[in-house]
Design a protein around this ligand. Structure first.
Ligand SMILES: [Cu+2]
Length: 132
């Protein structure tokens, strides 16, 4: 009898514990799928004229971070919209990054980036990254 009560209490504690963990998961948004990832644009080559093909085969999510590494007086990074991407222009309000080690969080949908130095965008230095 005493033993039966003991294990019932133990089961109750286990359920309470599981419930608490589940609540924490919901509140903290836990789970591997929600863990934001960091990607280095161009991998070891950095942000360069060969970056446009770099996203191929990769799967990005909103909240992931792109790191653009480059020599600051050679390149920059401008986050533009689709028109800016297509025409290599900088729409008003576009954010320009110039540190050479720039971190940009991806928004859901297409994220467009160009380099506006020395006509590089027109030479093909542009990047579009789709984040799910
Ligand atoms: Cu450039």
């Amino acid at each position: 009898m005493a033993r039966g009560r003991g294990s019932a209490a133990g089961a109750g504690r286990a359920i309470a514990m599981a419930f608490a963990v589940a609540c924490c998961c919901i509140l903290a948004g836990c789970g591997v799928a929600d863990a934001a990832a960091t990607y280095y644009v161009g991998d070891g080559n950095g942000w360069s004229l060969s970056s446009p093909s770099w996203p191929n085969g990769k799967h990005f999510h909103a909240g992931d971070t792109l790191v653009f590494r480059y020599i600051p007086w050679v390149h920059n990074v401008v986050a533009v919209n689709e028109d800016g991407y297509n025409s290599c222009t900088t729409p008003p309000g576009s954010r320009t990054y110039t540190s050479g080690d720039d971190r940009v969080r991806l928004a859901e949908g297409d994220n467009f980036f160009i380099c506006t130095r020395f006509g590089h965008c027109n030479l093909g230095m542009k990047l579009v990254v789709y984040a799910a």
